[in-house]
Ligand binder design. Sequence first.
Ligand code: F0G
Length: 458
Amino acid sequence: MEKRTIAEPYKIKVVEPIKMTSRTQREAAIQAAGYNTFLLNSKDVYIDLLTDSGTSAMSDNQWAGMMLGDEAYAGSVNFYNLEEAVREVYGFKYVVPTHQGRGAENILSRIAIKPGDWVPGNMYFTTTRAHQELAGANFADVIIDEAHDSQADHPFKGNVDLAKFQALIDRVGADKIPYICVAVTVNLAGGQPVSMKNLQEVAELAHQHKIKVMFDATRCVENAYFIREREEGYQEKSIGAILKEMFSYGDGATMSGKKDCLVNIGGFLALNDEALYQKATQLVVLFEGMPSYGGLAGRDMEAMARGIYESVDFHYIQHRIGQVRYLGEKLANAGVPVVNPIGGHAVFLDARQFLPHIPQDQFPAQMLAAQLYIESGVRSMERGIISAGRDKNGNHYYPKLELVRLTIPRRVYTYAHMDVVAESVIDLFERRHSIKGLEMIYEPPVLRFFTARFKPLA
Ligand code: F0G
């Protein structure tokens, strides 16, 4: 049984046709988009691997739930269903729904951070760090060194380096650290997981200093799967049990439901502390909506509640991780430089190695993503110097990782799509020497990767 192909654990009830385009059409489209794949029209995209965020296919059960939306302004039955799902599956006491993950990040940052504080994290995520900084905090990266090396092989490359965390406490003082943000898995490191042992140790150190542990739970189910696969003692445990244990080490979580809750929109802030929850309910009415809907329709909350239960099904997550790995291994076997090990939600191309002749300030990952689109209509995303942005003095952050992310939506594409993506990347790899860099011709002040525009260097 083990040796057989792990096929899709679902069958297809509704199909969405996709448009085929010619190279000439794609060249015109990427030029019009300023060589930024975020600015392409999705109708011009063949296989859309821009993100796994909000791009999941919902199940028939979730769609059925959508019809049971209770669109009351307050006290919607779907809110209570969501609250129950979060309590039952994640184990947190209080739930504040938000329109998506960054809505929860906004609220958490405002209720927990004072200007001049420090927030350590296992690498940064764009919106998470932006909200922390907006609230006046300094971000400190406390992930293990291996995470910054695309080739370092480590089963839990998302782990927090306890010595770095301790050094920050010694340097700035625990009273300046309201919480540590622990992402499970770590998106920008390549979808890399954190081990249960590390979570336990982080919580011990944090709580000893009265520092809270706040999860970025966005891809927590994927993290739980890796623990089951790789960490001693978890092979016989259910995904649900592993997830519950993971969160037992935390004080709360921000969640982008658009990933592991299998919905197209939605998120929440989960907390155990009642006083902090009270503060969150005061702010949510300003930024999102009543604490019992927080920027979501009743039907959205119902879909998310049902998605939470579906996401911990072993066969679902086994196929999910297996499909991503299938693509990654196909590329690696052809000699294409990818981040190792293959992570949970995406395969990351190492643009530094793919295009070693393009210096980082000529945006090799940005150009690689643009070229892949021209090659085949596959849309990917830059996760390198453009995503990293600028520091307070206006200089580019120069991240070690200069990556292109091929992000796999949940339950949307088949293995044949993965084959096409692999073939396209391999063809591009063969003509990599002819690819040149880019010049940035428009740069917005925050989260520039979304809307920046470029032109090719002569
Ligand atoms: N945290 C992580 C780790 C994320 O990957 C994201 C979103 C967020 C928080 C914010 O959640 O989008 O619901 O507001 N990541 C998407 C991506 C956008 O493509 O990686 P959101």
